[in-house]
Design a protein around this ligand. Structure first.
Ligand code: SIN
Length: 335
């Protein structure tokens, strides 16, 4: 006798939850995709391609709105907004998830990955894929890894050896690993949202930063940084994330189509990221006012030795198994 009432209540609850999480009974599902970089970057292009393919394949059922350049949410509040379902897709740098998991700190360890191909191999292996699920307790689901590129060090003075960074202030992303990395050099790391980096470099609040070529060029950081040392000392990649309650409330057929679109976009972003970074490197090298410093193997080894002690500090938090799995993807194995 209570069954119909219970069933009615249950379906009302499911409907309320579906509506609250973006799958209304009628009308299209709205996906707001916010990010902090420009359109002409690997992530910016990925967001636009996602929107285009959704329009082509799911027109009328799903609407995508893309907000680049921190115009909807920025570093300080985007993940909280995702958890509150005020935005449905983000692709923060892997350095920005520290409040939700320690496992992703592996990507910030300096000189862990030899190059972007090694990063790619790690992300495709079982350990890398497991990390996409490492924030489920916070209702954050990882949908894909997107590449940007390897980071370079820029400054107001020429950074040839680690000692040259001593005493300088560097902008960092909100990552204690990156904080420790710069402290190893005797430098002062300052956490700052990406949207503020250009002004902070221009007005001298900080004297240096670490960025991939595409972020340097798209934000014109090289115009306020006379020296860029090609260190390739770490990676700046992204995790495409959604609110898991929102994501799993999307009707199955639509979600499957969205996941197929994400696979296509991920393939394109990751196929083009390295070339896009190299093209931006050439543009910067050709621009007057910025010197690109290329290190010898010996010089690069000195940077590695100066920064690498950070690994030990974070082994407990990240897990020795995760670090080991990441190390094995390099073609040149070293201890
Ligand atoms: C980004 O590429 O999303 C920004 C990374 C940063 O904050 O440096």
């Amino acid at each position: 006798m209570f069954k119909p009432i219970f069933a009615l209540a249950a379906s009302a609850l499911a409907l309320a939850s579906a509506c609250a999480y973006g799958a209304p009974a009628q009308g299209p599902i709205l996906i707001k995709f916010a990010h902090v970089v420009a359109d002409n970057t690997p992530k910016g292009q990925g967001a636009l391609l996602f929107k285009k393919l959704v329009e082509e394949r799911l027109g009328g059922k799903v609407i995508v709105e893309v907000y680049p350049n921190s115009t909807l949410f920025g570093d300080a509040n985007e993940l909280e907004a995702l958890i509150k379902n005020e935005v449905q897709l983000l692709a923060p740098s892997l350095a920005k998830f520290e409040n939700y998991t320690n496992k992703l700190q592996v990507f910030d360890l300096p000189f862990l990955f030899d190059d972007l191909d090694a990063v790619n191999r790690f992300q495709k292996r079982a350990k890398g894929r497991q990390l996409l699920r490492s924030m489920e307790d916070h209702n954050i689901v990882g949908l894909a890894y997107w590449h940007n590129g390897m980071k370079q060090l820029s400054a107001t003075k020429a950074l040839q050896s680690p000692a040259d960074a001593n005493g300088l202030k560097f902008r960092i992303q909100p990552s204690t690993v990156l904080d420790a990395q710069f402290k190893q050099l005797g430098a002062t790391p300052i956490v700052m949202p990406f949207a503020e980096v250009f002004d902070a470099l221009k007005d001298g609040t900080v004297q240096g930063a670490e960025n991939p070529w595409s972020n340097i060029h798209s934000k014109q950081l090289h115009t306020v940084q006379p020296y860029i040392t090609e260190t390739n000392h770490g990676v700046l990649d992204y995790m495409l994330v959604s609110n898991s309650r929102f994501w799993y409330t999307i009707p199955h057929l639509i979600r499957t189509e969205l996941e197929g679109i994400i696979d296509t976009v991920t393939y394109e972003v990751n196929r083009q990221a390295e070339a896009a970074n190299q093209a931006d490197r050439e543009r910067i090298a050709a621009a007057s006012g910025t010197q690109v410093i290329v290190l010898s193997e010996e010089q690069r080894d000195a940077w590695r030795k100066a920064m690498q002690p950070v690994w030990q500090q974070y082994e407990g938090a990240i897990g020795a198994d995760v670090i080991k799995a990441a190390q094995t993807v390099n073609r040149n194995q070293r201890d």
